[in-house]
Design a protein around this ligand. Structure first.
Ligand SMILES: NC(=O)c1ccc[n+]([C@@H]2O[C@H](COP(=O)([O-])OP(=O)(O)OC[C@H]3O[C@@H](n4cnc5c(N)ncnc54)[C@H](O)[C@@H]3O)[C@@H](O)[C@H]2O)c1
Length: 298
């Protein structure tokens, strides 16, 4: 995530320094940035006049990154203690007007900012993977985050052609993961009940309601359908939807059996090297196609 966030800023003309404690990870980040920058260039999505991608500084020295920065985005491992340690260090090193942001998927900004001398400059900027191609960034302030910090973050993201959505208050899962996992829960329940296979469910999403979602979203789709119809469906459907609180057994069993998905060759589906690659390429190509459409519209 850190590498592609760095690529996105540098690609839009910002000076970027990227820090990691692990030298091998820094090398992976360098390769990732080079490869993805080439792909963006091939598709006319990187402006070489303004790009500063080749100037990105790679370092193991966090103080070097902090020095002179106006914004620091943390994308270290999803571990609260590690993140709090990094923010304590940044809070000590960076003047109070420097924005401290976290790309965390799960931790509340109030938790990450607790104990800092200047908690008012911290917020979550939640990018989606791959960060250089997905426009959405969820902006999540805590109750004490300064409005100017939120506004400066929004302006900065828009300068990178991102689509920031500012949450009115912090909530677990932010918006995107709450919606995505509501679908995951219902889908896993339908499979557990023997009503459909994972393949059937993916077909329903890909060829059915998923087709119009990129255009009409959730509420636009309801408005097109008619709210009277939606009310009737809610009445009959909501009492029947899955509201399970625990991790579904089939998911836990797969994880215990090291069936982790593409990375181990089996998850809900089976993969060999070719089919795993084909899926990754298909997703990347679709994201690039959409990025080109966005560029053409802007
Ligand atoms: N992977 C995703 O799809 C995704 C999407 C959105 C948000 N996120 C969030 O982004 C963050 C990073 O996720 P990732 O998938 O890139 O993880 P990752 O494990 O690939 O990368 C984390 C990096 O942090 C480095 N690191 C660990 N401790 C450090 C420290 N003290 N100082 C500097 N670097 C340190 C590690 O060496 C590693 O390179 C997490 O908070 C994750 O929840 C991930």
């Amino acid at each position: 995530m850190g590498a592609n966030i760095a690529l996105d800023f540098a690609g839009h003309g910002f000076t970027v320094k990227l820090a990691d404690v692990n030298a091998a990870q820094l090398e992976i980040a360098r390769t990732t940035i080079e490869t993805n920058a080439q792909l963006l260039t091939q598709h006319g999505l990187l402006d070489h006049e303004t790009s500063r991608v080749s100037d990105i500084v790679f370092t193991a020295d966090l103080p070097q990154v902090a020095a002179g920065a106006s914004v620091v985005i943390e994308a270290v491992s999803e571990n609260l203690a590690i993140k709090q340690k990094v923010f304590t260090e940044l809070d000590r090193q960076c003047p109070p007007d420097v924005i401290l942001a976290s790309n965390t998927s799960t931790f509340m900004p109030s938790k990450l900012s607790a104990g800092l001398t200047h908690p008012e400059r911290l917020l979550v900027l939640h990018y989606w993977n791959p960060a250089h191609l997905v426009p959405l960034v969820e902006v999540v302030p805590h109750a004490g985050t300064l409005p100017t910090v939120v506004e400066r973050s929004r302006i900065l993201l828009e300068a990178c052609q991102k689509r920031p959505v500012v949450l009115k208050q912090e909530v677990v899962g932010f918006i995107g993961n709450r919606l995505a996992f509501a679908i995951q829960r219902e889908a896993m329940d339908l499979v557990a009940q023997g009503i459909a296979t994972p393949e059937d469910i993916d077909t329903v999403v890909k060829t059915g309601f998923g087709r119009r979602m990129p255009v009409s979203g959730v509420f636009g789709t309801a408005d097109l359908g008619g709210l009277d119809v939606y009310q009737a469906v809610c009445q009959s459907l909501f009492p029947n939807l899955c509201d399970q609180k625990e991790v579904p057994a089939a998911l836990a069993e797969r994880v215990a059996a090291n069936q982790l998905g593409v990375k181990t060759g089996e998850g809900w589906n089976r993969y060999d090297a070719a089919s795993a690659d084909a899926l990754r390429v298909a997703v990347a190509e679709e994201l690039i196609r959409q990025a080109k459409l966005d560029q053409a519209k802007s």
